[in-house]
Design a protein around this ligand. Structure first.
Ligand SMILES: [Zn+2]
Length: 384
């Protein structure tokens, strides 16, 4: 089965960068002597998404579905890596004020990162699908939940202070689903951290041996930023670490857009504008608008006004004079028009120039009423 869509952005335009024939099936499972006969090599291809620039395996079927259930990849035997992981834990907690806070680790493995996070004041929970791996974490006193990290975990929504993950995302075929679950469980302003091997280093130093079936995705800073921002997080920091072997991105959950309110208020906004203007018309007042810019033109058109209800539009831009508004078909005049053809009401749509326009209306001794369109149609001056 070929991977026809980018695992990050779903773009179908993937270009093949490299074909590697004769790769091992996977590098995490060492073989017993009696397994040698059945073992065979596979062919890999590395592709790049032309939209988000994520490098990834061209064929995802080379990674079996139950890969992680008895996965073991011990990392914490080396003193050098221990020093690095402790520094990362300490910096994260100090910089982002996570002392005494709850931190979940996705794929906690043998629990080394959790151990250092706890040492520096956090309260961690490790999520780890491999029982064989997670038992090493439990031996260190880490709380481990033996699950994959998905939205189905029984963690209260918006409750977790930080969620971290080291050496996981390069294995994921579904990175967006994991980010979505992170977004669900993190509190507002909650912190995320993802560390992956740096493919920038691999490219720079011809490290063809960094490409193997166990790693589905090969991140650069660009694609890592793309991954978190498209899942509604804001990047706080991104850096090379451990002699440029890894990339670390730290991000926070952004406040949700007021999208549902914005949508539901649309009809109310139009109704409000229409009613107020129609009321003025029913009082036999003549109405004009000042400002033939985008805002005024869009508003008149979407509220279905035309030259029968709006007498004219005023604008100081001489290039617009004598032309007509798109959609609403109202003629545009220079400010001189007000003097020769009085109007009872002027609606200001050019909010950015409000002061200047009011001054101008005063100078020409305009006696009528003045309204502005924001945030709702509001009278700012009555008839003098
Ligand atoms: Zn992509």
């Amino acid at each position: 089965m070929k991977n026809h869509k980018c695992i990050l952005c779903e773009c179908e335009n993937l270009v093949t960068i490299l074909k590697i024939d004769g790769a091992p099936i996977n590098i995490q499972k060492l073989l017993k002597k009696n397994e040698l006969e059945e073992d065979h090599k596979i062919n890999l291809s590395l592709v790049r998404c032309t939209a988000c620039n994520l490098y990834q395996l061209g064929d995802l079927s080379v990674v079996p579905e139950d890969y992680y259930e008895d996965y073991i990849m011990t990392t914490s035997f080396s003193k050098q890596i221990n020093l690095y992981i402790e520094e990362l834990a300490k910096t994260l907690i100090e910089k982002y004020d996570l002392n005494k806070k709850i931190i979940y680790e996705i794929g906690c493995g043998d629990g080394i990162f959790c151990e250092y996070l706890n040492k520096h004041g956090a309260q961690t929970v490790g999520i780890e699908p491999s029982a064989a791996f997670g038992k090493f974490a439990e031996e260190k006193g880490i709380t481990v939940v033996y699950e994959y990290f998905t939205e189905n975990l029984s963690i209260p929504k918006n409750s977790v202070d930080a969620i971290v993950s080291r050496a996981v995302f390069e294995h994921l075929k579904n990175p967006n689903e994991v980010l979505k679950a992170m977004h669900k469980f993190l509190r507002e302003d909650g912190i995320g951290l993802i560390e992956v091997p740096s493919f920038e280093k691999a490219i720079k130093f011809d490290r063809y041996y960094d490409i193997f079936a166990d790693h589905v995705a090969y991140y650069t800073k660009e694609s890592l930023v793309h991954l978190v921002t498209r899942n509604n997080f804001k990047v706080l920091d991104i850096f090379d670490s451990y002699n440029n072997e890894f990339l670390v991105i730290i991000f926070k959950k952004t406040a949700p857009l007021e999208e549902s309110r914005f949508k539901s208020e649309f009809d109310i906004y139009k109704e409000d504008f229409n009613t107020k203007v129609r009321n003025l018309i029913s009082e036999n007042k003549s109405i004009s608008m000042w400002g033939a810019g985008g805002k005024g033109l869009a508003l008149l058109s979407m509220c279905d006004f035309d030259s029968k209800s709006i007498k004219y539009i005023i604008d100081s831009d001489t290039k617009k004079i004598g032309k007509y508004s798109p959609g609403s078909h109202i003629e545009i005049f220079s400010p001189e028009k007000i003097k020769s053809d009085q109007t009872d009401v002027i609606i200001l749509s050019a909010m950015a120039y409000e002061k200047e326009i009011l001054k101008h209306l005063e100078d020409i001794n305009f006696k009528g009423e003045i309204y502005v369109i924001s945030p709702r149609l509001t009278k700012i001056r009555g008839r003098i």
